[in-house]
Structures are given as structure tokens and as C-alpha cells.
Design a protein around this ligand. Sequence first.
Ligand code: F6P
Length: 360
Amino acid sequence: MTNIKRLGVLTSGGDCAGLNAIIRSVVNSATQKGWEVYGIKNGTDGITENPHAYEILTVDNFSTTPWPRLSGSYLGSLNKGVKMDSLEEMTRRFAQGVKDLNLDAIVVIGGDGSMNIVSNYCKGTDVKVVGIPKTIDNDTPITESSVGFDTACQVCTDAIDSLELTARSHNRALIVEVMGRDAGHLALHSALAGFADVCIIPEISYSIDSIVKKLKEIKATGRNHAIIVVSEGVKTEKGGHISHKENLVGEAVYGGVGEYLSAEINSRYKEFQTRVTTLGHIQRSGHPTASDRLLGSLFGAKAIDLLASGENHKMVVWKNGKVDSFKIDDVVKEGTTLLNVNSDYVKAAEAVGMYIGEVK
Ligand code: F6P
């Protein structure tokens, strides 16, 4: 059992829809146990920076507001990573912060990267930690679903539906560039749901000539427009990533592969004009779907349940149709989950005639 009195909750990494539904579930479940909940502002900065930034969250001041129904993070989040050479200093400041705030446990809502960082920080303290996975990339290991993915798919699918209508009016092949970093889950799920003609993802190699061949086949059927979905992490045919900027720790921020495909396709085939829509951060802030609110509610309740029964360094997961948990260290060891090229999603894409690259 546990002697938790004060719980910290924070969101870390890129935001997504459903974060506030998780926070609501954490606040309500913890309050029922008699714990005081500290909503830590701006990710770990609210603990490591002095003065610390937090707000005490109660059922009345958080859960009865409209916030749980909205996207974004009520607490604010950071998507900047941590430089490895500053890990020791950050761990020291984190330990000092949790001591100042008198925290007994922390719920970290983040991707595997954030969870790894916070779990490492906590190893230097007596504070217990449980993680809840969220990401529009759906690339967190072990869990089959992360909060935020379903809403992002809905945003992309709605965008594809709208673009199809203007593509139809102008005889164009419209290219939709979606997020996802190195994983093609978001691209393929939304391409399938949006009935796209072509979907290019980082996990499967492709050729521009084959995309052009597909467009010619479409034209031969009498259709004058097409939709091509491309994931931001796709490399050029020669093999390089396209990125025009870096984040605060020097990692490449992807973006631009849609324009690359557009230029390459139009230099070989002019029957369809190409245009590019990069969906960008709108993918992170759609109105949270029922599925994301539901998953957030289940995950929040499970996180509190784990802490109450004395568990530590665990991440809540969705596996085989139910909520479960795994050691954070084991999750991190797995590395990012890419799309399985033998999955039913790839098979369905091929079956419906989508060009999805050179599937072996
Ligand atoms: O990991 C979530 C994500 O939205 C990725 O899909 C995207 O590449 C990245 O974050 C964008 O990060 P930023 O918010 O720093 O632009």
C-alpha cells in the first residue's frame, strides 16, 4: 500500500487532444483517495525552475470547468528534449524541486522520451512515478494506443475529405503532408479513412515513377483528380530527410517532403497539377474524440490505482483490449514503434488499390 499525500501531475512533449481528459481523471481519482493534486506547469520546468510553477487542482476548480472537454494542455507542455550533458544538473534541480514541493508521487503524461527523462529524474529521489502515454504519432512502444492519436486521425481525415472536393473542381493531385515523425501510423490510418489514392510512409520505400504510374491509371479511368498522403518523416528518393529547422536540442524538425514530391511528380507528369497542404499543428488540437476521452479517463484512473497499490516506474498501456501496465524501463528499451509493414492496415491499403510504396 502507499502513504501518498501529495501528487504532482504534468504534461510533457508535444501536446495533443485528450490531455485534459487525462488530467480530469487523475484529479478526480486522486481526490477520492484523499490526495492533494499539484498541477505542475510547463512540463518539468514547473519543478526544475525556481520559483516553481504549479496550481493545486481540485474537482471543483478543474473538473467542473469546460477544460476536460478541450484540446491543448491546461498545464502547458514542453517539447524541447534534454541535452544529455545537462542530465546530471537537471536531475539535481528536479530532486530539489520535488523536495521543495513536498511531492510523494508524480504522474507524467507524455511520450516514451518524456517518460524516460522523468523516470530518470525520479530515480534520484524518493518520489514514485507512473506514466500515461499520449502522442499523435502513436509510436510509443508496448501500448497499442496512445491518447491523441484518434483525434489527430479525425483531423487528417476531415482535411482529406475537404481537399478531395477542391481537387475534383480543379483537376489536381493534392498532396497532404501529415505529422508522425519517423512512424507512418497517422499517415496510413488517415489515408485509409480518407480513401486516398497514394500514401507514402517512412517504413516503406517508394518510387516517384510508381506514383506517376498510379496517377496515369487514375486518369485512364476518366477521373481527373487524386489525393496523395505523405508522412513528414519520408525521405527523398535519394535517401535524405527534408528538414529546414532544428528544435532546441538540435534534433531535426521534419517538414517539406510534400513540396519535394510535388515538384518531382510535376516534372514527370503534367496532366494533374499538384498542390501541397501541410496540415501542421492543427493535427494536435482537434476537438477530442470520444475514443481519446475514454482512453484518457481509463488511463488516468489506472495510474492512480497503480500508485495507490505501491507500484512505481510503471507506464499504463492499452493492450489486448484492456488497460495494463509495464515497467517504464522496458517500454524505453523497445524504442519507437514503427508501422508494421505486414499489418492489416498495409494489406487493406493494397487491397483497395492504394499505392503505398514497394511493399516486399
Ligand atoms: O511528436 C509529436 C509531433 O507533433 C510530431 O508529429 C512532429 O514532428 C513534432 O511533434 C513537431 O514538434 P514541434 O511542436 O516542436 O513543432
